[in-house]
Design a protein around this ligand. Structure first.
Ligand code: AN7
Length: 345
């Protein structure tokens, strides 16, 4: 049986001794080589498949720790604002822990798979006529006023859990020269850096935002963020300063990628590497393809790079279907099928 991350890294997490372990065996996700992308960027590129977590995204690493602590502290309800993946994870772990789950999402702006997850797990799903940043502001206020535990990445236990992804990479591969990661609310890049620091290693961090939702690149909040990558449609990241401090300390950079670059990388990953991630995740690969692997002056260019593929492609089938070729209709007749199968040969 794979060991849940709370057991594997317990002494490095800040749970209380009596806390129950609410787990579905998160973590221990595959780290695979990406030969096509490696060839294009001139370095060994590895993909960390975070979509293989129980609810299909990296959020589960943080949620198992946050919900274990919340349960240990006697909470009866958990709440979050979400662009979709936190909602799905929050709903699933609430169900597993026997807690009430409440999620606030921007109306009409989350991928359909994530909505289905939140609903089937029995969370109360509130569709806000507003964006993620407004939803986060509202849940922060509600968590101040009511005895509900906030499980967004402003919750310190979320970061604790998510840092284990960096431990896994170092344990398996050794520290990579660089890490490429999509950035939305900036919790995950903060968590990976903390993980690396605790292992006393310092890969160069490349954080990538979508062009229409790139507050960290512009240096100011974006009032109406826009991008096809709905997971990172965020205009005012909660962990802004920590993320910038991490990038600066690693001597890396934050850069933007266009929706077109994101979709090209998404398609390349699926069609050439066999890996189906969601569009936001492909920003990590789009970023190194578009911007290369810039190194600090006194360092060699990175020879090994880990791209974090944060969520599974099945989360967002709508985007896949708009990007993929059409199906071919055919009569139930062997010759007719034969013609279609061998048409271009
Ligand atoms: C697939 O679910 O913010 O920079 O509410 O779902 O830690 O926010 C999701 C974020 C990258 C960005 N990739 O991570 C939410 C939410 C995927 C994501 C990010 C998200 P952060």
């Amino acid at each position: 049986m794979p060991e849940p991350l709370i057991e594997k890294y317990r002494e490095r997490l800040s749970l209380e001794p009596g806390d129950p372990v609410v787990t579905m065996n998160e973590g221990s996700t595959p780290l695979i080589e990406a030969p096509v992308i490696s060839e294009r960027v001139g370095a060994s590129v590895y993909l960390k498949l975070e979509g293989v977590n129980p609810t299909g995204s990296f959020k589960d690493r943080g949620m198992t720790v946050a919900v274990s602590r919340a349960k240990g502290a006697g909470a009866e309800a958990i709440i979050c604002a979400s662009t979709g993946n936190t909602a799905a994870s929050c709903a699933a772990y609430a169900a597993r822990a026997g807690l009430r789950g409440v999620v606030i999402v921007p109306e009409g702006r989350i991928a359909i798979g994530k909505l289905a997850q939140a609903l089937i797990h029995g969370a109360r799903v509130i569709a806000l006529r507003g964006n993620f940043d407004q939803a986060l502001e509202i849940v922060r206020e509600l968590a101040d006023r009511h005895p509900v535990e906030l499980v967004n990445s402003v919750n310190p236990y979320r970061i604790e859990g998510q840092k284990t992804a960096a431990f896994e990479v170092c344990d398996e591969l050794g520290p990579p020269d660089a890490l490429a990661i999509p950035v939305g609310n900036a919790g995950n890049i903060t968590a990976w850096w903390r993980g690396f620091q605790e292992y006393e290693v310092a890969p160069v961090l490349y954080g990538f935002q979508a062009e229409g939702a790139a507050p960290l690149v512009l240096g100011r909040p974006v009032a109406e963020p826009e991008t096809i990558a709905s997971a990172i449609r965020i205009g005012n990241p909660a962990r802004w300063e920590e993320a910038m401090d991490a990038v600066t300390a690693s001597r890396g950079r934050i850069a933007a990628v266009s929706d077109e670059q994101i979709l090209d990388a998404y398609h390349l990953l699926a069609s050439r590497e066999g890996v189906f991630c969601e569009p936001a995740s492909a920003a990590s690969v789009a970023g190194i393809l578009a911007h290369g692997l810039p190194a600090p002056e006194d360092r060699e260019p990175p020879r090994s790079v880990v791209c974090v593929l944060t969520g599974h492609g099945l989360k967002d089938p709508d985007t896949a279907l708009t990007k993929a070729p059409s199906v071919i209709g055919c009569e139930a007749d062997t010759e007719a099928v034969e013609r279609e199968v061998f048409k271009d040969d």
